[in-house]
Design a protein. Sequence first.
Length: 125
Amino acid sequence: MSTPVAAITQVAKTEFSAIVSDVEVVAWSQQGARLVRIRLVDGSFLDIRITRAGDYSYHWEHRMNDGGLHRWDNAPHHHQIATAPHHLHEGNETTVVESRLPTTSVADDVRYVLTYISNLISPHA
């Protein structure tokens, strides 16, 4: 059985090598990796947090390039969204929309997010 870190690393390095420059665990807890950072070729990065309880956050930080951010997460604070608790902060903290993240597996989620990012940065990278 693959660990979340192994799944993240496998997808990022093998399927998205054109946009991924590095994958590293940047925070640990007693339960294992707490934060995985994927550095991207345009200088932005994707921080991934996944808990054993099923909480997740895929935070693409690109403010240094264009002032924006995107974050897919399931924090239970946007009940008005049809896909709640799953939602997407689209471009900034205040624009919150329905999430299309598959939530079927860590690998599928990482693949979805990196495809989304690739479609936005590839012409510029």
